[in-house]
Design a protein around this ligand. Structure first.
Ligand SMILES: [Mg+2]
Length: 225
């Protein structure tokens, strides 16, 4: 029935929390090296719940972006700024932290269980596969490549390249246009009810919700396809 499948990246294919933790630790190490934060203090911060603070700040801002308060590009600048202010470090630490986080993020590639098997199965069934994600294109492609799964995708539709963020209907319309597909020919798979499921449905596509928080199985999810 479907010719193609759009697949979300974070928390559908790549495991968001460990990736975030890895990039956060690298960014804290940079504060230690360049921002005058002692190595002992950096280790203390990493182990003392500061990651939770960072994660909460980023989570709140991304959630507000889903509801249209900010663009993803704005959030990418806002969360390092808010975090550095929250831990009482000077503004001069924002840029080194942000750049170190992004550089490290582009290398993070912990796979969600069964992600590769799902892509292999879908590919073998003849579906055209496309990634659809809110982030920087070059970072997401680098992560997929390092996870060894970039080759499954005919193209990657990433919000910063497309010019709109999911769930904006224009993100999906532009992705469909680039793929040369009609909305009825595509199924979206993702873990966010807002950005993936509602967004795709508003654009006239069908969507499958991956219930990541309840440890759903990706292979189970696609078994009817
Ligand atoms: Mg996701």
């Amino acid at each position: 029935m479907y010719k193609a499948i759009f697949v979300d990246i974070d928390d559908t294919l790549l495991d968001y929390v460990p990736c975030c933790r890895e990039a956060f630790d690298a960014a804290m190490d940079t504060l230690s090296a360049e921002g005058g934060l002692s190595a002992e203090r950096s280790v203390f911060c990493q182990r003392s719940g500061l990651f939770n603070l960072f994660f909460d700040i980023a989570g709140r801002l991304f959630s507000e972006a889903k509801h249209g308060k900010y663009t993803i590009a704005e959030v990418m600048d806002l969360y390092p700024k808010e975090f550095i202010a929250a831990i009482g470090y000077p503004d001069s630490a924002v840029e080194p932290f942000k750049h170190a986080f992004r550089a490290a993020w582009g290398k993070t590639h912990t796979l969600v269980p069964e992600a590769e098997e799902m892509l292999e199965t879908l590919k073998n069934k003849g579906y055209r596969l496309f990634a659809a994600s809110n982030s920087f294109g070059h970072l997401q492609r680098s992560r997929l490549e390092q996870a060894g799964i970039l080759h499954y995708f005919e193209d990657t539709f990433i919000s910063m390249d497309i010019g709109y963020d999911k769930p904006d209907i224009r993100f999906y319309q532009e992705a469909l246009r680039r793929a040369g597909l009609k909305s009825g020919e595509v199924l979206m798979i993702g873990d966010s009810m807002t950005t993936d499921i509602e967004g795709a449905k508003n654009a006239g596509m069908d969507a499958l919700f991956f219930d990541r928080r309840n440890n759903a199985s990706l292979l189970e999810l696609i078994k009817e396809l």
